[in-house]
Design a binder for this molecule. Structure first.
Ligand code: EPU
Length: 336
């Protein structure tokens, strides 16, 4: 029977799915059918259902946090369905800091390794000891250590070799007892007293000032990835766009700020139906309602096209887009 997806993804398009299943315990996974098409979901904060989905949406809702004290760190084992921000807050309240730069990131713990969530100079990968997953084909539970997860910028093995093959069940995080604050991001350098709580509060204040709350104004966070370009391309761009924010990414590349590219292309506040380029942060698209998947696709292509014609960079969407039967990738034709 059709089930509404509007409240199951934070971009809140009015799509439906054919079947909806909630996984509350791991035993359920062994008997659950994974006949395609199916779509694994946490809180839907990085997934947009563009139209009605003909398959089964399987939401991971398992709960539980275990804390084990070791000589130099705490091992935190967290069930996939736990809310990420709640975990960060609860650990801080127990005097286990480390995750404060990642405060207020929407979504579940199980979704966090898939795109290697990151913010304000910290990525999840830094703390992952291992990830447990259910192997859909073999019906077994397996573990990957940090290196085996193949983490990259908003990337992991779960987007590649294990895509649609694994259900993340538990994430094990190692948080050192000796707190090492990461204060590289501008607003964190202004703190009067550097404590985990102060960093936590500053991150929350910064996010609240730029990023719309997905539960009050539907959105899916940063819509595009910050492009990674060669040092040579950067040098060429800087001759025309001297203010372009850029960050070193390995020896041969730089990451450039997609939000800046979009804003400077004059697109802040640009609207198609109810979808708007957010006025406080051009990398975020918001949905004021009365919008359809086709409006969002038109918006993505318009942004890609405008940015490409100005800077010769094709933006890649970071958000997972699901059409009627599978994930899809939107890329505008580069020529006008
Ligand atoms: N900028 C603009 N105009 C804009 C937006 C940004 O000029 O409209 C400039 C800023 O002034 C700044 C630079 O671009 O110089 C970077 O902006 P910001 O610090 O806001 O971060 P971001 O690169 O836009 C990334 C992550 C965010 C994360 C922040 C903070 C990606 C795709 N996004 O955004 O992650 O919170 O850094 O670390 O890497 C997410 O993934 O959903 C997300 C929100």
């Amino acid at each position: 029977m059709a089930h509404s997806l509007q409240t199951l993804h934070t971009f809140a398009l009015t799509s439906q799915c054919q079947q909806f299943v909630k996984i509350n315990n791991l035993e359920q996974l062994k008997t659950q059918s994974f006949k395609p098409p199916f779509c694994l979901l946490g809180e839907g904060s990085n997934t947009v259902f563009l139209n009605d989905y003909t398959g089964t949406v399987i939401k991971m809702a398992t709960q539980g946090v275990q804390i084990k004290e070791r000589a130099n760190d705490y091992l935190i084992s967290v069930a996939a369905g736990e809310n990420w921000h709640q975990l960060v807050s609860e650990l801080l309240a127990k005097n286990i800091p480390g995750l404060e730069n990642l405060a207020l990131i929407p979504g579940t713990v199980g979704a966090a390794p898939v795109q290697n969530i990151g913010a304000y100079g910290v990525e999840l990968a830094k703390f992952v000891e291992s990830v447990e997953y259910f192997d859909i084909a073999n019906k077994t539970f397996n573990t990957l250590n940090n290196a085996q997860c193949e983490f990259g910028y908003r990337d992991s093995i779960f987007k590649h070799a294990l895509k649609n093959k694994a259900v993340i069940t538990t994430v094990h995080l190692a948080l050192p007892k000796e707190w090492q604050p990461v204060l590289s991001y501008g607003p964190l350098q202004q703190l009067a007293a550097v404590t985990p709580q102060a960093v936590f509060e500053q991150v929350i204040a910064t996010r609240n000032s730029k990023l719309p709350n997905p539960y009050t104004l539907p959105n899916a966070g940063s819509f595009f990835k910050n492009p990674i370009i060669t040092n040579q391309c950067l040098a060429a761009l800087l001759t025309t766009f001297a203010d372009l924010p850029h960050y070193k990414h390995g020896a041969k590349h730089h990451k450039v700020a997609a939000g800046w590219l979009i804003e400077q292309a004059g697109l802040k506040g640009y609207r198609i139906a109810g979808i708007e380029v957010h006025k406080q942060q051009a990398l975020v698209l918001v949905n004021y309602g009365q919008s359809q998947g086709s409006d969002l696709i038109a918006m993505i292509k318009h942004i890609q096209h405008s940015v490409f014609s100005r800077y010769n960079i094709m933006l890649e969407h970071e958000v997972r887009l699901i059409n009627n039967s599978s994930e899809c990738h939107i890329t505008a034709e580069p020529t006008p």
